[in-house]
Design a protein around this ligand. Structure first.
Ligand code: NDP
Ligand code: GDR
Length: 355
């Protein structure tokens, strides 16, 4: 009988945690996840893979915990003795990090150190492989385009500065203690499970709500920002591949295509049969239904960031050559999938309410 591999996933209730735990369960792993205590359910994204703890030998087990609680992390690592740890937990919203910089530094930066120290304290340096959710936000004010593993970092937010610390402490623990610890420098990746306040999901939800007559208008910030957007389902496969390598290393996962927020908005509206015409510039810019003249999109400066990352475009060559990882979902297909999923959710909600 071959023993099942054991994985520990922090941030299991988030977008990537949900896709990654499905992938690991499909591969036969026992998956332990850390979830935060919350006053309302926060496990919606993993409802369909949740297993009743009263069942014999459930393969998905949830533990309460927090990245700001060292003793908790040590205990969970001790209890689970993981072969692989995926550190996905973070205060992951860039704009929110300007409002909560200290908390973000604590959870995203020092939290990563806490988990690495838990491995070291428990003497698991040679057993537990470690994946760190690093980010294209590290490039910030970009020094080179496209961005690759060797491009210098220039963080532009408390979030990115915290993730910069996490990136380097992972490299340091790899070099100092011989740990199998890798950074995945992931460019933006989205899906129907994306948090509702990130720009793509905010757009696709608004488009669905406008179509169903539940919302008048969509307010956005910087329409000129450009992002390299891929599908989350494909990116979690890249995370797993990093931990299957003989030698730990750092990899960029990206599509190699960049798109302006404005274009994503345009495509999302096309999914409901609306062609937008853009009128005005700067904060006076409006997206207007070309057929009816109705104003559907407006700029609200409250969504501008004190320092913005204007352009991200990744070069995934190393991941392709060394991990055999490729992205396959074009951005327009992703926009379509997200709009359709939001329409479906809202229509179901409406039917349920009526019933
Ligand atoms: P989400 O925001 O969807 O999920 C974040 C997860 O972390 C949630 O499960 C959240 O719990 C949990 N969490 C937050 N703070 C804490 C804490 N203090 N202690 C324990 N858990 C905590 O993010 P994604 O799934 O999109 O991203 C996963 C990781 O990858 C994050 O670290 C993010 O910064 C990073 N990343 C994401 C990219 C993307 O485009 N999606 C790109 C590059 C990096 P709860 O559900 O209770 O809020
Ligand atoms: P980002 O994602 O900051 O790249 O971080 P987000 O979707 O929040 O913003 C992308 C770009 O869109 C612009 N924008 C808006 N953003 C939001 N959220 N809301 C708006 O109304 C709006 N209008 C315009 C932003 O200014 C920005 O330029 C995501 C997170 O998942 C991080 O955790 C991750 O590390 C990076 O991606 C890679």
């Amino acid at each position: 009988m071959t023993l099942r591999k054991v994985a520990l996933v922090t941030g299991i209730t988030g977008q990537d945690g949900a896709y990654l735990s499905r992938l690991l369960l499909d591969k036969g792993y026992i998956v332990h996840g850390i979830k935060r205590r919350s006053s309302s359910f926060n496990t919606g994204r993993i409802e369909d893979i949740y297993q009743d703890p009263h069942e014999t030998d459930p393969r998905l087990v949830l533990h309460y915990g927090d990245m700001i609680d060292s003793t908790n992390l040590i205990r969970v690592v001790q209890e689970t003795q993981p072969d692989e740890i995926y550190n996905l937990a973070a205060q992951s919203h860039v704009q929110v990090s300007f409002e909560t910089p200290e908390y973000t530094a604590n959870a995203d930066g020092i939290g990563t150190l806490r988990l690495l120290e838990a491995i070291r304290i428990l003497g698991l340096e040679k057993k537990s492989r470690f994946y760190q959710a690093s980010t294209s936000e590290l490039y910030g004010l970009v020094q080179e385009t496209p961005q690759r593993e060797t491009t210098p970092f220039y963080p532009r937010s408390p979030y990115a500065a915290a993730k910069l610390y996490a990136y380097w402490i992972v490299v340091n623990y790899r070099e100092a203690y011989g740990m199998h610890a890798s950074n995945g420098i992931l460019f933006n990746h989205e899906s129907p499970l994306r948090g509702e306040t990130f720009v793509t999901r905010k757009i696709t939800r608004a488009v669905a709500a406008i179509k169903l007559g539940k919302q008048e208008r969509l307010y956005l910030g910087n329409l000129d920002a450009k992002r390299d957007w891929g599908h989350a389902r494909e990116y979690v496969e890249g995370m797993w591949r990093m931990l299957q390598q003989d030698v730990a290393d750092d990899y960029v996962l990206a599509t190699g295509v960049t798109t302006a927020v404005r274009d994503f908005v345009q495509w999302a509206f096309e999914e409901i049969g609306v062609t937008l015409e853009w009128r005005g510039t700067g904060i006076a810019e409006k997206g207007v239904d070309a057929a009816t003249g109705r104003e559907l999109v407006a700029v609200d400066p409250r969504y501008f960031r004190p320092t913005e990352v204007e352009l991200l475009l990744g070069d995934p060559t190393k991941a392709r050559e060394k991990l055999g990882w490729v992205h396959t979902t074009p951005i327009r297909d992703l926009a379509r999938e997200m709009v359709q999923a939001d329409l479906e959710v809202m229509q179901t909600d409406a039917v349920m309410k009526e019933a």
